[in-house]
Ligand binder design. Sequence first.
Ligand code: ZN
Length: 166
Amino acid sequence: MNTAAPLTDDLRSLYQEIILDHGKSPRNVRVVEHHTCKAQGNNPMCGDRVTVTARVSPTGVLEDVAFEGKGCAISIASASMMSEALAGRTVSTAQQLFSAVHDLCTGKTDTDQAKAALSPDLGDSLDKLASLSGVRQFPVRVKCATLPWHALMSCLDGKNQATTEK
Ligand code: ZN
């Protein structure tokens, strides 16, 4: 017998829809023009490879974020959602969202806890990104979901490589 509440099932299928949508039709698959940083992410466990490029303004705003690469639907969807969520945000906001997504994917926090820790205007972005938290049931997939974020953080740190095998 299925004991899951209907709402949970609805949420689960909604999350899957968002991931499928971004996985099939990823946004911002390109190289950012006049990018100020570029980093490659590599997840040998799954074969995901993404290259993230970004343009950071002198005042620390991520003016544009994009990616290219090959990988499973989760890694591509995550990269696509990341690029949408972070364009126009400050670097420090990007870092906050990264740790929120990381904690959600690894099961350290749930969506409500993660939201409470962020400024209110980030709630909508997190709602979408929370769709990635389903990977917590599949430890191998956690690396797929967080790979583009690791790559972006390396990019912002001035490193050009990120790997999930640290
Ligand atoms: Zn993957």
